[in-house]
Design a protein around this ligand. Structure first.
Ligand code: ADP
Ligand code: MG
Length: 617
């Protein structure tokens, strides 16, 4: 006799439930998704006992007639898919037709549903997989799905549930994600008869929803993200970079409106914001990628939270670029709020599309000032006439003796003054003075700004160094006496693999026999440091294990940031009034000025209204 047997239907359903129904929140997810697929305008979730006792999802969607109600209890019964071609291009949230039978097999399920134009509805009761009762009954249009006693017949599963609080937080997350993905639908969630979440129906604005959910107390604008490339479109709203810390505000990613965990997109968003995010800080907000369903596989896992892109590099590039543009607009908005808008340029509403060309007051070189996609930096920047292999070693004025920090004015004088600022109208930052020998106090028409002098100067130098690096004209300073250093094998590997980059940094280092190398020139801007310190700093940036996956371009950024940091005025450096003024003036001209290269904010603004409030005026 054959040993193989077809499993009884109910057992097969229970096994499927093992994958689909992990916890109460999974049930909520499946039901809410079904309600959305059914075209609901309002969805209400009710939970008792952390979801183990009761989960009820009520919608005003299309409803089902009695035949469909019975059919949906069968495995692989779905109204959303007929053939294999459709599987490759799914545009509903459900499609497997296994949620309802799976849930029904591990709970007591009641379905009450009425088609909009039917006079009566129906109710079906299923107890742990067995259909118990079906009957007609009077009810409102739409569907009510009720689950009692979840995992009542699988005690092992029940034992694995976490505390009520944890289970509720998972349910919360489901409702919130759905509310973000479907801003036009109204959602409420009640726990033990108490309403805990409520998002009104008919709010078509995603911005509103994002703000309502992620940053209800935020006074600043959210940062709109828009991007399009071929069939692929990105939209969403990011929190201003200094705000995104709260767990509720952590970046949420949706692909074709489905909440997903995706490293490609989350990495790309962080990359697009990298100029503005402090180490360890994560972006906040919600982004939505819409693309041809054939370009993404959502069928990787039954819960559909993981996805796979056909061309993940393409997606990554597009997202980095769109977020980069959004941040550029954000930067301009900060600029306008401090320095006024450029003359003649139309008032640029911040809610405008990031993709539209922003009224940039002055940018030296767009691809350089904002290192958006790392690849673009190197490939698309139009090269100046300097040949690629030209030695970057030039000599500048006599450096200060070792150990002496260059006076700030000198460091600043070394900067490029060739760009004439456009005139701005309205507000203008007026330098008032330095305090604590570390901060600059400025007054504008709308309030006061406090600037961190080190962070501000660091960013300016960084932008300048980056431009110079990419233009192959980062000046080096020849050493009178070459410094001989001993290198480790790893360091020697760096010297070989990155010889070109290191030369472009203004360093001239040559073999001196064995493990020894002679440092003959160092970046001019670091003339006040010892060669060993400089070279070790460069080695560290290349060999740093922390960002193992970092591309070379980003490592060069690290080096340039380090150089900017070492060369910038420090906290506790007294500044002359002209120096303070000059720093502020240059901020106005810079492509990016609001955050230091390590993402620390440079400026804090206090509006006149805020200040009046302090004094009850
Ligand atoms: N709230 C609802 N309103 C209307 N129809 C529903 C609802 N929930 C489920 N259905 C119907 O039941 C079918 C089976 O649901 P389900 O088991 O979740 O599979 P899937 O969503 O993958 O199709 C759906 O295809 C749909 O036709
Ligand atoms: Mg479904």
């Amino acid at each position: 006799m054959s040993k193989i047997r077809i499993l009884p239907e109910n057992l097969a359903n229970q096994i499927a439930a093992g994958e689909v129904v992990e916890r109460p929140a999974s049930v909520v997810k499946e039901f809410v998704e079904n309600s959305i697929d059914a075209g609901a305008g309002r969805i209400r979730v009710e939970v008792e006992g952390g979801g183990s006792r009761l989960i009820r999802v009520i919608d005003d969607g299309s409803g089902m007639d009695q035949d469909d109600m019975l059919l949906c209890l069968e495995r692989h019964a779905t109204s959303k898919l007929w053939n294999a071609e459709q599987l490759a291009a799914i545009n509903t949230l459900g499609f497997r037709g296994e949620a309802i039978p799976s849930i029904a097999s591990v709970s007591r399920l009641t379905i009450t549903s009425r088609l909009v134009d039917a006079p009566l509805g129906n109710r079906a009761e299923v107890r742990f997989g067995q259909l118990h009762k079906v009957h007609e009954m009077g009810c409102g249009p739409g569907t009510i799905m009720e689950v009692h006693d979840l995992f009542g017949n699988v005690p092992a599963r029940r034992k694995f549930l976490k505390t009520t609080r944890t289970e509720l937080s998972h349910i919360d997350e489901i409702v919130i994600n759905s509310a973000l993905a479907y801003p036009a639908i109204g959602f409420t969630c009640a726990v033990d008869n108490k309403e805990v979440l409520s998002f009104a129906a008919g709010c078509e604005s995603l911005e509103w929803r994002v703000r309502e959910i992620m940053a209800p107390h935020l006074k600043k604008n959210l940062i709109p993200v828009e991007g399009r490339e071929g069939e692929m479109a990105l939209s969403g709203f990011l929190l201003p970079p200094d705000e995104g810390a709260a767990p509720a505000a952590r970046l949420k990613i949706f692909v074709n409106r489905r909440p997903v965990r995706d490293r490609v997109i989350s990495h790309a968003v962080a990359e697009g914001m990298h100029n503005f995010l402090m180490k360890g800080r994560k972006p906040g907000g919600a982004v939505f990628l819409a693309l041809d369903p054939r370009l993404v596989d959502v069928n990787v896992h039954p819960t559909k939270q993981e996805i796979r892109f056909r061309d993940s590099q393409h997606v990554h590039r597009m997202v980095v670029y769109a977020v980069g543009r959004a941040m550029e607009n954000y930067q301009n908005e900060v600029r306008f709020s401090l320095f006024g808008r450029p003359e003649k340029s139309e008032k640029q509403p911040f809610s405008g599309l990031a993709a539209s060309s922003p009224a940039t007051p002055r940018r030296r070189d767009t691809p350089d000032s904002l290192s958006v996609p790392a690849v673009k930096l190197f490939v698309e920047t139009t090269r100046p006439s300097v040949p690629v292999n030209a030695p970057a070693v030039l000599t500048v004025a006599e450096p200060p003796p070792p150990g002496v920090h260059p006076p700030p004015s000198q460091a600043m004088d070394a900067e490029d003054k060739s760009v004439q600022p456009e005139k701005t109208t309205g507000r203008r930052l007026r330098y008032v003075g330095q305090f604590f020998q570390s901060y600059l106090l400025c007054e504008t028409d709308g309030g006061i700004a406090v600037i961190d002098q080190h962070a501000a100067h660091e960013r300016l130098l960084f932008e300048k160094l980056k431009n110079q690096y990419h233009d192959m004209r980062l000046p080096g300073r020849s050493l009178l006496f070459p410094e001989i250093i001993e290198c480790t094998p790893a360091q020697i590997e760096v010297l070989t693999a990155h010889a070109e980059e290191i030369r472009r940094l203004g360093v001239n280092i040559q073999e001196f026999g064995g493990q020894s190398y002679a440092v003959k020139a160092v970046p001019a801007i670091l003339g006040h440091l010892g060669p060993l310190e400089i070279i070790n700093g460069i080695f560290d940036c290349f060999l740093n294990r922390e960002g193992k996956e970092k591309v070379t371009a980003r490592r060069i950024d690290d080096i340039l940031a380090l150089m900017a940091c070492k060369a910038a005025v420090k906290a506790n450096d007294p500044l002359l009034p002209q120096e303070g003024e000059e720093l502020v003036r240059r901020m106005e001209e810079a492509g990016i000025f609001s955050h230091c290269p390590h993402g620390r904010p440079v400026v804090k603004f206090f509006s006149e209204a805020d200040i009046k409030k302090w004094f009850f005026r």
